[in-house]
Design a protein around this ligand. Structure first.
Ligand SMILES: *[C@@H]1O[C@H](CO)[C@@H](O)[C@H](O)[C@H]1NC(C)=O
Ligand SMILES: *[C@@H]1O[C@H](CO)[C@@H](O)[C@H](O)[C@H]1NC(C)=O
Ligand SMILES: *[C@@H]1O[C@H](CO)[C@@H](O)[C@H](O)[C@H]1NC(C)=O
Ligand SMILES: *[C@@H]1O[C@H](CO)[C@@H](O)[C@H](O)[C@H]1NC(C)=O
Length: 546
């Protein structure tokens, strides 16, 4: 469904260039693009000649509460009523804030339901509270922001106040101008039986909503995965019809009599899990189908690996290390229409696909035989290149190998996704752990198969710790030669490079002001000539022309 809105004509004069652009086209009201190609387009007034100059620096920095952070990425939006660009923030403490995108002034704030305390989960590395983790999505037709907040109801299911199974999720819809609830929201998402396996009961405490939200027509979809790998969680996709104000889709990745299931909520991987976490990367869509990646689930225990080859269009009810394309059905369900699974997948060998999200590349990346290209990169140290409409099934290649367009070995684990740049011939970028940022250029073989060829890399590698972000690409008005690749790293902060590598195979760095660290698996958000990023201390930093 195509959403349109008549934007009031509001113009800003592009710095140094005299370029006239609409301010609102520089908005980022959801986490990158719908395809999750990580190309955010050319409307952010980021000219590499300006960014790589002393004129580009630290505009402002806003601190928050100690221990509070923002895994949900900042959204940049211009409500038509004010025509003033804002930054919409949703934190791990279930706090919302609206900042003036120009000055950083906090215009509005609100505390929602009590955040779930991390101390109750069996892990430590995240943040003190697990409130809002998935990036919200704003509907520009209604100025409404949608998101999930993790909370708890004291003594709800057991005698402890905040124990795991007292954890719940609320689905919020708030007006971005006032931060007040839209009538009929929030909706308590709890105690629902899955449509495709009614035994499975949704207990918010045992599950984590991490991927960025996707709005498709009136439905807002969200992926759920395991919480710190514990409990009996099952990978879940919930769809909420925001007009009808109710859950229409409650679909699990492990369904049917053969799927792992446990009534013991403490059972490690008892529900599969087949989680959908993707290091926070959102579900991708072409406007009709949804693409996502599940982590290891049933049928993949070492001793029971099912090695029977299957076509991608074979019906599949237990998704384990699977890249899936699903179509929403008329009754609110999801139908797996195509899938891919690596021929050598293993149960929980720390090399599963689930750390990666699916990227549906811009149609610029096409050939006579492939209309849309998809990619997945993950902890199994490879980039898989797919025909998005023929993902390849399981063991469908020669001698039982992977029937994908291409497999590119990379030197380390990848969390999230690749970045892409649909100009200058077309490039994709990957930033594996403890490796350089590498660029691969599109080429087409004589028989029309798209292939990516190594084209260059950065001089410095990503650092020692897991948490490198997703390469994200801007251009200046979609003009060739103006691409910038942006990348966060918990140790290195924010870095940027010219998108096209030099003849010497080097991705040339752009001089940026120092940002002290970054959140794990994050990326910057882009406004009008400005770049917003959460640093390692949890502060929101705004870079722009001084
Ligand atoms: C987990 O256990 C609870 C009971 O404690 C049950 O209601 C739920 O359906 C189980 N979930 C899965 C995914 O196995
Ligand atoms: C799957 O695809 C193959 C080859 O394109 C086709 O022959 C088969 O009928 C399809 N199966 C289903 C269940 O659609
Ligand atoms: C598909 O590829 C061709 C050849 O490179 C290119 O000319 C065309 O613009 C591409 N299509 C789109 C929609 O970008
Ligand atoms: C096919 O796979 C088998 C088992 O993995 C292997 O032993 C054999 O060498 C392979 N053959 C070819 C032609 O690659």
């Amino acid at each position: 469904m195509v959403r349109t809105r008549l934007l009031p004509v509001l113009v800003a004069v592009g710095l140094f260039t005299g370029q006239v652009t609409s301010l609102a086209t520089s908005d980022s009201w959801r986490d990158v693009d719908l395809g999750q190609s990580s190309y955010v387009g050319g409307s952010h007034n980021l000219d590499p000649a300006v960014v790589d100059s002393p004129h580009f620096g630290l505009r402002w920095k806003v601190d928050f509460n100690k221990g509070e952070t923002h895994y949900a990425r900042p959204l940049i939006y211009t409500p038509p009523s004010t025509n003033k660009q804002i930054v919409f923030l949703a934190s791990t403490e279930n706090r919302l804030r609206v900042l003036d995108a120009e000055t950083g002034e906090v215009l509005k704030k609100r505390k929602l339901a009590e955040p779930f305390p991390l101390a109750e989960a069996f892990c430590t590395q995240v943040s003190e509270t697990l409130g809002i983790m998935g990036t919200p999505t704003i509907d520009p037709e209604t100025d409404t922001a949608y998101f999930y907040a993790k909370s708890y109801i004291p003594y709800y299911r057991d005698v402890t106040k905040t124990g795991i199974i007292n954890g719940v999720y609320y689905f919020y819809a708030v007006d971005v101008n006032t931060l007040e609830d839209i009538e009929g929201f929030p909706i308590l998402i709890d105690g629902l039986h899955a449509d495709n396996d009614p035994r499975r009961y949704f207990i918010g405490g045992t599950i984590l909503q991490r991927p960025s939200l996707l709005q498709l027509g009136d439905i807002v979809y969200a992926g759920f995965g395991g919480l710190c790998d514990a409990f009996n969680a099952t990978g879940t996709i919930i769809g909420i019809d925001v007009k009808q104000k109710k859950v229409t889709t409650h679909w699990v990745t492990q369904a049917g009599p053969d799927a792992p299931f446990s009534e013991d909520w403490t059972a490690w991987h008892g529900g599969g899990p087949g989680g959908v976490w993707q290091s926070g990367q959102g579900l991708a869509t072409d406007g009709g189908s949804i693409f996502f990646v599940s982590d290891n689930g049933g049928g993949s225990m070492d001793e029971t690996i099912d090695t029977t080859p299957r076509r991608g269009n074979a019906s599949l009810s237990i998704l384990s290390e699977v890249v899936a394309r699903v179509n929403p059905t008329a009754d609110g369900g999801l139908d797996v229409v195509d899938f891919f699974r690596p021929h050598n997948y293993q149960y929980d060998d720390e090399k599963d696909l689930g750390s990666g999200g699916f990227s549906l590349l811009h149609p610029y990346f096409n050939s006579t035989t492939v209309s849309r290209i998809g990619t997945v990169a993950s902890k199994n140290n490879k980039i898989f290149i797919f025909d998005a409409y023929n993902l390849g099934g399981y063991r469908q290649g020669s001698n039982g190998t992977d029937a994908v367009l291409q497999t590119i070995p990379v030197g380390g684990e990848v969390f999230g996704s690749i970045g892409s740049y649909p100009l200058d011939g077309g490039y994709i970028y990957v930033a594996p752990l403890r490796n350089p940022l590498s660029a691969y250029k599109l080429s087409i073989t004589e028989d029309g198969t798209p292939q990516f060829v190594f084209a260059g890399q950065s001089e410095v590698s990503t650092r020692q710790n897991r948490g490198t972000g997703i390469p994200t690409v801007t251009s200046f008005h979609d003009e060739p030669g103006t691409g910038i690749v942006w990348l966060t790293d918990p140790d290195a902060g924010l870095d940027a490079w010219y998108a096209v590598p030099g003849e010497d195979g080097v991705l040339k760095k752009i001089n940026l002001p120092t940002v002290n660290g970054a959140n794990r698996y994050s990326r910057p958000a882009f406004g009008d000539g400005k770049v917003y990023v959460v640093d390692g201390e949890g502060s929101l930093v705004c870079l722009g022309v001084l």
